[in-house]
Design a protein around this ligand. Structure first.
Ligand SMILES: [Zn+2]
Length: 86
């Protein structure tokens, strides 16, 4: 007995593709542990143990000193062509 063909609506397909692409974009992005905001390029992220990053706006709310800080780079950082002068 043949299985019935699965049909998908065009709008359902668009929604599924949009969800997939948004999910792929947010996977590699930093987010503040306290407020959930995505920090801007050039902003500093602070780590207070357990590797959870905190943004510059939430940093004053913590009393401890951060273990380390990290500058937020553009997604293409390290992939750009650089001129080397010898
Ligand atoms: Zn924050």
């Amino acid at each position: 007995m043949p299985r019935p063909a699965v049909t998908i609506d065009e709008q359902d397909l668009e929604r599924a593709l949009l969800r997939k692409s948004v999910g792929a974009l947010s996977d590699g992005r930093h987010a503040c542990t306290d407020c959930g905001r995505t920090p801007l390029v050039g902003e500093t992220l602070y780590r207070f143990g357990a590797g959870s990053p905190v943004c510059e706006l939430c940093r004053p709310l913590r009393r401890d000193e951060p273990l380390e800080s990290e500058r937020v780079r553009h997604s293409e950082y390290g992939n750009a062509v650089r001129v080397r002068r010898v």
